[in-house]
Write a protein that binds this ligand. Structure first.
Ligand SMILES: [Ca+2]
Ligand SMILES: [Ca+2]
Ligand SMILES: [Ca+2]
Length: 208
């Protein structure tokens, strides 16, 4: 259902080409992440973790500057400070993962967003605006999962694993919000050029 490794390779190659043409620092950092195959919520979570030296789940200015340097995004001090303030949306003096993700996630066209939201609404059987195990019961068949078949996982564990792939790496609570669902598909979307193909893939995956 997600982007295949072929998509990821194409995305990485395309990002490398674009990197040589882009001067905008946010775009450069985004492209640096894409060339490393870090497009989705998981990949950006990995980048964030690497930058977060003291592991307090936020980036201070020093960590941010070092991170930019490690990712080959060069700029002068003033530019870096402006960039930091751009990421730090609530002005708290540090960048949390949500702020990092919202700023760096690749944009999706309106048509793509619409089909992603269609899938979300279909998945949200209970209609309460979040996807939980409750929504998957009776819809998603866990019985074919190899770990269910060999007795390693219960049905709920299969469901939880499924939800985990959409859940934010810093907030794995078994509840997938609209934002988390969109964040996930921003990553998949970045590896697919054509709107038509993306929409087709979504329709097939979710039987829309
Ligand atoms: Ca930190
Ligand atoms: Ca902040
Ligand atoms: Ca629900």
């Amino acid at each position: 259902m997600a982007g295949t490794s072929r998509h990821d390779r194409e995305m990485a190659m395309k990002a490398k080409q674009q990197l040589s043409q882009s001067a905008d620092p946010v775009e450069r950092l985004r492209l640096q992440c894409l060339t490393r195959g870090s497009s989705g919520i998981k990949g950006l979570g990995r980048v964030f973790k690497i930058m977060d030296d003291d592991r307090n789940r936020s980036l201070d200015l020093k960590e941010f500057l070092k991170g930019l340097n490690d990712y080959g995004v060069m700029m002068d001090k003033q530019e870096a400070l402006t960039l930091f303030q751009h990421f730090d949306r609530d002005g708290s003096g540090s960048i949390d993962f949500d702020e990092f993700l919202i700023t760096l996630r690749p944009a999706m066209s309106k048509a793509r967003k619409e089909v992603v939201m269609q899938a979300f609404r279909k998945l949200d059987k209970t209609g309460d605006g979040v996807i939980t195990i409750e929504d998957l019961q009776g819809v998603y068949n866990a019985k074919y999962h190899p770990k269910y078949q060999n007795g390693e996982w219960s049905e709920d564990q299969v469901f939880r694993k499924f939800l985990d792939s959409f859940d934010s790496p810093y907030d794995k609570d078994g509840k997938v919000t609209k934002d988390e669902f969109i964040n996930y598909y921003c990553g998949v979307s970045a590896s697919i050029d054509s709107d038509v193909y993306f929409i087709l893939m979504m329709r097939n995956a979710w039987k829309l």
